[in-house]
Design a binder for this molecule. Structure first.
Ligand SMILES: NC(=O)c1ccc[n+]([C@@H]2O[C@H](COP(=O)([O-])OP(=O)(O)OC[C@H]3O[C@@H](n4cnc5c(N)ncnc54)[C@H](OP(=O)(O)O)[C@@H]3O)[C@@H](O)[C@H]2O)c1
Length: 325
C-alpha cells in the first residue's frame, strides 16, 4: 500500500510517499481502507520531535516506533479480527488510531474496534476524520478539566482552530455562556456556533478587560499565567491546551506558586488515554444529535501530506485540514 513515512526527524521535507507492507489486523482490530485522515499538531510535533521528549517514545536518534503518522481516520472496514463484534466488512467507520500505533496517513490502517464509531450517513468521510483527536482534546479540556456547568461563563482562546471549534460547541452543548477569542476569518464560525461574544485577538485583549470567567481554555495561549488567573472568577479554572515551552512551564510548575492559597486552579491538558474510547462514543452522540458540526479549512491528497503539514504548522487553520486518499 502507499503511505507517508519518515526516517529522520525534521520539517515536512522528511515526509516520503512510498510503498510499505499492508498491515494485518490483530484479533480485536479492524482493517480500514482509509478515505480520509486529519492532520493534528501532534503529527508535526512527532515529525519534528518537538518537544525533544517525543524522542523517548518514538526513538532517540530517528523515528522507529511510529513509522507512519496520523491518528485520526475515517474509512470502510475491509477485514476484521476474530474477536471483533461491533463491525463487519463494508461498514463506514471513523475513530482514533493513536493507541494502535497511529498510521492513518496511509491507504490502510488497523484500529481496535473500541476506538471506532459507525460513521453517520449524514456526515462525510472528511468531516468524520476531522473529529477524533481535536474532539477528544476539546471534550477533556472543557468537561473534565474545566468542569464547566450549565449557566457558567467560559472564555475560549484559539476558538477558530481544530480544538477550538469543538471546544466552543461542546461548551454550548453543556449550557455555558461562551466568549470566543479568534481571528477575523473565524469570527463568523464562532457566532454560528452560538458564542455570546466574539473577540478579535488582533484588536482586543481580554486580559486588559475587567471581566471574569468561570473557566478559561487557552489553546496555544501566550499570556502570562498571572493574567489568566486575574481573569478568573473565584473558584475559576484555567486550562492550558498546547503552547510554547513558557506556557507549558507556567501551567505545570509556576502555577503551583501562582495559585497557592487561592481557590482558583490551573491545569495543563495532556490527553487522558484511558478515556479515549469512551470519549469517541460521546462525540458520536453529539454528532448524531446535531450538536457537533465540522469545519474543513482545506483538503489535500495523501501524497501532498508535506504541503498539508506546512499549512497546519503556520497556525492559522480555520477548523481542520484533512488528507484524502
Ligand atoms: N496536550 C495535548 O494532549 C494536546 C492534544 C491535542 C492538541 N493539543 C494542542 O492544542 C493546540 C491547538 O491545536 P489546534 O489543532 O486547535 O490548532 P490549529 O487547528 O492549528 O488552530 C490554531 C488556531 O489558533 C488561532 N490563533 C492563532 N493565533 C491566535 C491568537 N493570537 N489568539 C487566538 N487564536 C489564535 C488560529 O486562528 P487564526 O487563523 O484566526 O489566526 C487558528 O484558528 C496545539 O498546540 C496542540 O499541540 C494538545
Amino acid at each position: 500500500m502507499r503511505a507517508i513515512t519518515y526516517h529522520r526527524y525534521g520539517g515536512p521535507e522528511v515526509l516520503e510517499y512510498g510503498d510499505v507492507p499492508q498491515p494485518v489486523p490483530k484479533p480485536e482490530q479492524v482493517l480500514i481502507e482509509v478515505h480520509a485522515a486529519s492532520v493534528n499538531a501532534a503529527d508535526y510535533r512527532l515529525m519534528r520531535a518537538d518537544p525533544w521528549l517525543a524522542r523517548l517514545g518514538n526513538g532517540l536518534f530517528k523515528p522507529k516506533k511510529w513509522p507512519i503518522l496520523g491518528s485520526d481516520v475515517a474509512g470502510v472496514v475491509v477485514a476484521v479480527g476474530e474477536k471483533v463484534k461491533r463491525f463487519k466488512v463494508g461498514d463506514a467507520v471513523f475513530g482514533d488510531a493513536f493507541a494502535d500505533g497511529r498510521g492513518s496517513f496511509a491507504e490502510y490502517v488497523c484500529v481496535s474496534e473500541s476506538m471506532l464509531c459507525a460513521k453517520p450517513t449524514s456526515v462525510s468521510f472528511e468531516e468524520a476524520a476531522a473529529i477524533p483527536l481535536a474532539g477528544i482534546t476539546a471534550l477533556q479540556g472543557v468537561r473534565d478539566l474545566g468542569k464547566i456547568e450549565q449557566g457558567q461563563s467560559i472564555l475560549i482562546q484559539g476558538a477558530g482552530g481544530g480544538v477550538g471549534t469543538f471546544a466552543l460547541q461542546i461548551a454550548k452543548a453543556l449550557g455555558a455562556h461562551v466568549t470566543a477569542v479568534c481571528g477575523s476569518k473565524s469570527a463568523d464560525l464562532a457566532w454560528q456556533f452560538g458564542a455570546e461574544r466574539v473577540m478579535n485577538y488582533a484588536t482586543e485583549d481580554f486580559t486588559r478587560e475587567d471581566r471574569h470567567y468561570d473557566v478559561i481554555i487557552a489553546i496555544n495561549g501566550y499570556h502570562p499565567i498571572a493574567d489568566y488567573k486575574r481573569c478568573l472568577k473565584p473558584g475559576g479554572r484555567y486550562v492550558m491546551i498546547g503552547g510554547d515551552n513558557r506556557q507549558i512551564f507556567e501551567a505545570l510548575l509556576r502555577s503551583r506558586w501562582e495559585f497557592r492559597g487561592s481557590d482558583k486552579s490551573a491545569f495543563a491538558l495532556t490527553v487522558n488515554d484511558s478515556s479515549r474510547a469512551q470519549d469517541m462514543q460521546t462525540l458520536h452522540k453529539l454528532l448524531t444529535a446535531g450538536q457537533l458540526k465540522v469545519v474543513i479549512d482545506r483538503t489535500f491528497s495523501l501524497h501532498e501530506a508535506a504541503e498539508a503539514m506546512r499549512y497546519v504548522e503556520q497556525g492559522h487553520v480555520r477548523g481542520k485540514v484533512v488528507l484524502l486518499r
